[in-house]
Design a binder for this molecule. Structure first.
Ligand code: NAD
Ligand code: 89V
Length: 342
């Protein structure tokens, strides 16, 4: 594929504005139209981004006008929308969470695979500059084989105003943010099987958990902790930073506030600051997340053009969502759950 690829964005809600700004920066592709079942939202985004506005995703996807679709809706709608794209042989990038449970994730992935239609999950934390840098340090061997890691997302940001649906979401924290951490854990420490998890519902009035502490045993023998909370009070609030540490047999990388890596190796330490790129459309404190959106979308387009797999393909993402499923089952049973048995 060499021609400029034309995309349809479905889901003109809170986060989609970042997708649309990001698509304006992507080499070789762009959004040719938007779609939302809410006419006002669809028309508003169509006007803001100077593209036609659809309301009916089925009609848009069967029109033959689009080379790919960017699905930026909430997880309970993903199976139906991905199936519409697959039925029309339109490649897909679909926002996280892929789907509410592992069985639905597997159905979606199998349906797309059977048709040979490429599907990528828009999982952008691993595309943040700081995590690409950490991956490069690990690949250099500077800290040796990994033994321990911790990825921590603890803040008290008001997620509820922009994303009110999370109040009623039964599987909230692990599916909203834990899934980012679990994908990072796989990206940095490798695949894992055994999972142990405790969840908490701290804020009154939530249908689901707003805090979770997850312990993973990775195939390489490393142990990692993923801990997430929207009820953790720190001033100033560290949102949207992922903090933690990564220990190896030869050294350690600490991820500390301000986008700073403290790298301990060879008997000394050094500090590297890895700042996200600011853009005309990014704004504090969201910059670190916003900056990852064009990086994620460029990866999708580059791999789609090359006909090679996506880092966060539907198939690969099943391993991440199996860890999330195992975490919920561990929290329910009080036992360690092997994600590979689900
Ligand atoms: P939202 O509810 O604000 O927007 C979703 C939109 O999709 C709504 O306008 C709705 O009308 C529309 N929609 C739903 N079903 C549709 C259908 N069948 N056809 C057409 N339109 C349909 O949601 P949001 O807060 O923007 O989140 C969307 C997704 O993005 C969520 O899964 C969320 O977890 C994810 N998200 C990701 C990041 C990130 O990438 N780091 C950040 C925030 C949110
Ligand atoms: O990135 C996300 O998925 C959003 C968050 C508030 C964590 O940025 O839900």
């Amino acid at each position: 594929m060499t021609a400029h690829l034309k995309g349809l964005l479905v889901g003109c809600g809170f986060f989609a504005r970042n997708h649309l700004h990001a698509w304006s920066e992507i080499d070789g592709a762009g959004i040719a139209a938007v779609c939302d079942r809410d006419a006002a939202r669809s028309q508003a985004y169509g006007a803001d981004f100077s593209v036609p506005a659809w309301q009916d995703a089925a009609a848009a996807l069967s029109s033959g006008a689009f080379d790919f679709v960017d699905i930026c809706t909430t997880m309970e709608t993903h199976e139906e929308l991905v199936a519409l794209a697959v039925d029309n042989r339109v490649p897909v990038i679909v926002q996280k969470p892929f789907a509410p449970d592992i069985d639905t994730c597997r159905r979606i992935a199998a349906y797309a695979a059977a048709a040979g239609v490429p599907v990528m999950v828009h999982e952008n934390f691993r595309f943040q500059k700081i995590f690409r840098r950490i991956r490069a340090i690990l690949d250099s061997g500077e800290i040796g084989d990994l033994t321990f890691g911790r990825l921590s997302w603890r803040n008290a940001v008001d997620v509820y105003t922009n994303q009110p649906y999370v109040v009623e979401t039964r599987r909230f924290m692990i599916m909203d943010v834990g899934i980012h951490m679990l994908d990072l854990a796989r990206f940095l420490f490798g695949d894992a099987g055994d999972v142990s998890c405790f969840t908490q519902s701290v804020r009154p009035g939530l249908a689901g958990e707003d805090a979770a502490t997850i312990l993973l045993r990775h195939d390489n023998g490393a142990t990692s902790i993923v801990d997430v909370s929207y009820a953790a009070h720190r001033y100033p609030d560290p949102f949207p930073q992922t903090l933690g540490e990564i220990e190896g047999r030869l050294g350690t990388i600490e991820i500390v506030e301000g986008g700073v890596l403290v790298i301990h190796s060879d008997g000394k330490q050094r500090r590297e600051t890895v700042a996200a790129d600011e853009r005309s459309w990014t704004s504090s404190p969201w910059t670190q997340i916003q900056d990852s959106v064009p990086r994620t979308q460029q990866h999708f387009i580059d791999r789609l053009r090359a006909g090679t797999g996506f880092e966060t393909s539907a198939e690969d993402s099943l391993k991440t969502y199996a860890l999330a499923e195992a975490a919920y089952r561990s929290a329910e049973s009080g036992r360690v759950v092997d994600a590979r048995t689900l």
